[in-house]
Ligand binder design. Structure first.
Ligand SMILES: Cc1cc2nc3c(=O)[nH]c(=O)nc-3n(C[C@H](O)[C@H](O)[C@H](O)COP(=O)(O)OP(=O)(O)OC[C@H]3O[C@@H](n4cnc5c(N)ncnc54)[C@H](O)[C@@H]3O)c2cc1C
Length: 474
């Protein structure tokens, strides 16, 4: 790929568009924009400049300039991605959406919000809650931006009941790579008017256009929340219970499975205690219902199913404090493991295959002497296997030599992906492809499909200036 280095003249024009204060130059100041949450150093690239537009018009002018001067543009949200999607691997500029952070409207009548792409998930939750409504998707890192969440079609724990970002994006404003601005409808529940470019944009990882505004569907908040914590002697039995719960007609808000080994890392980080670490694994199930009686009934049904699958106990957290503590510990598993983490995967298999895939994960862990802890969204088949720099030896962990984990990591990674695909799974259920998963695209898609993807990209972005090198290579 041949791009021009950014000249002094281009810098002058960028400064004119966004203003002196919103153009960052210089190695030190740009370091924060050279990576996302993916851990390895090879996926760190400094941009030549960072620009922070304030509105759609500025984004459009920047993209027009990029086409004319042939430099790459990498959109960046909160930088919480796990696959290098916002890393400027060919240099050029990082276009950070951080200044476009306004919630423009909460429309209670239509139950929709209109937001700019740089609104953080945390701010969005707060504002929506204040207005008495509820935004269901809950990806784990609340510093992610709405634009990034849409661009990756993020999921999270509550997808089992409510769906993923795609199910909540009703309208978009998008700046195309050539600078034209598209309005992709708005506050509509139904829309059958031709091909859906809206849905093509969702999950396109910043390669087809820059999201500059979004219309997001909201819901009434769930009532009578209750969290059940169910420890099991074996991970196998814990996972086996989940399809039985779903096929019995119960639709929990979340069904998380947890290998208990990961809990102390998060407890230590937060100084909080998980109420029961008995056994090898746990299910954490969040339910709701119109009345307390109905929630009692659902809890009993779940407890019966769990007991029939050899659960050790069924613990109930029915006050907000206990529920919040459990959720906090669960949400910090990643942070607890991070100092020794190489990569977190988000392989997704049909729910009935989770047990088999996890059995294979345990086998690979044993065979290669690398700890591969798992947890994830059990009801939607989405498994977060962590490839660690640790080996588990009885009740302690030993750090592997760098040479050893670097040698084993690609082999283990490939075996895990192969197993997932053999079971009818996909290489990403929620994090996206970015840079790090490109190599596996040809394992799930045939040539005809990949060629179609490439043609779509060329139609939107003939000069390949928008986030090049992501999802697939042209
Ligand atoms: C602790 C932790 C927990 C996580 N849990 C989950 C989870 O449960 N579920 C889940 O799905 N993900 C999860 N993630 C991954 C991550 O948070 C999501 O992928 C999130 O959607 C990324 O949003 P971001 O704003 O940080 O995007 P970034 O990382 O900045 O960018 C991600 C991609 O979106 C593109 N992009 C960003 N903004 C725009 C825009 N306005 N227009 C066009 N393209 C844009 C970028 O170019 C890049 O390709 C987790 C990450 C962490 C660190």
């Amino acid at each position: 790929m041949r791009y021009k280095r950014i000249s002094d003249e281009v810098i002058r024009k960028l400064r004119e568009i966004v203003g002196e204060d919103n153009l960052i130059l210089g190695r030190e100041r740009m370091l924060d924009y050279s990576h996302d949450e993916f851990s390895l150093d090879w996926l760190r690239h400094l941009p030549e400049a960072v620009v922070k537009p304030k509105n759609t018009r500025e984004i459009s002018e920047i993209l027009k300039l990029a086409n004319k001067e042939n430099f790459p543009v990498t959109p960046r949200g909160g930088g919480t991605g796990l696959v290098g999607g916002c890393v400027p691997i060919f240099g050029g500029i990082v276009l950070s959406l951080e200044r476009m952070n306004r919630i423009l409207e909460i429309d209670k009548e239509n139950m929709m919000a209109v937001v700019e792409p740089g609104v953080t998930l945390m701010d969005f939750y707060q504002e929506v809650e204040t207005s008495g409504l509820f935004f269901p998707p809950h990806p784990g890192d609340e510093s992610a931006y709405i634009g990034g969440l849409i661009a990756t079609n993020a999921g999270g724990a509550r997808a089992v009941k409510y769906g993923v970002m795609r199910d909540f994006v009703k309208g978009l404003e998008v700046v195309l790579p050539d600078g034209r601005i598209l309005q992709l409808r708005g506050k509509l529940i139904k829309n059958c008017s031709g091909y859906s470019i809206l849905h093509l944009m969702i999950g396109s990882e910043g390669t087809l256009g820059i999201i500059s505004k979004a219309v997001i569907l909201l819901m009434p908040p769930p009532q009578n929340l209750r969290t059940l914590l169910i420890p099991y002697e074996s991970l196998h039995n814990a996972i086996k219970t989940v399809p039985q719960i779903i096929s019995s007609g119960i639709r929990p808000i979340a069904v998380e499975f947890i290998q208990n080994d990961v809990i102390p890392f998060s407890e230590k980080l937060l100084g909080k205690e998980w109420p029961c670490k008995k056994g090898e694994a746990s299910l954490m199930i969040i339910i709701d219902g119109p009345t307390e009686d109905e929630v009692d009934r659902i809890s009993e049904l779940i407890a019966d199913l769990c007991s029939a699958n050899d659960a050790i106990d069924v613990l109930v957290a029915d006050d907000k404090g206990k529920q919040a503590d459990l959720l906090a510990i669960r949400s910090n598993f990643y942070e607890g493991l991070k100092p020794n983490l190489i990569e977190i995967l988000d392989l997704t298999v049909p729910p009935s295959q989770i047990v088999n895939h996890i059995d294979r994960v345990c086998q690979i862990s044993e065979e290669y002497g690398v700890w591969l802890p798992v947890y994830g969204h059990a009801a939607d088949g989405n498994i977060h296997t962590h490839i660690m720099k640790l080996k588990k030896e009885k009740d302690r962990f030993r750090r592997l030599e760098e040479k050893e984990w670097r040698r084993k990591y690609p082999v283990i990674r490939k075996l895990l992906h192969e197993d997932c695909i053999e079971r009818g799974g996909v290489i990403s259920g929620e994090h996206g492809i970015g840079v790090v998963k490109k190599e596996y695209m040809s394992m799930i898609f045939d040539d005809a499909y990949l060629e179609l993807l490439k043609r779509i990209k060329r139609t939107f972005d003939p000069n390949n200036i928008l986030n090049p090198g992501k999802v697939f290579d042209l």
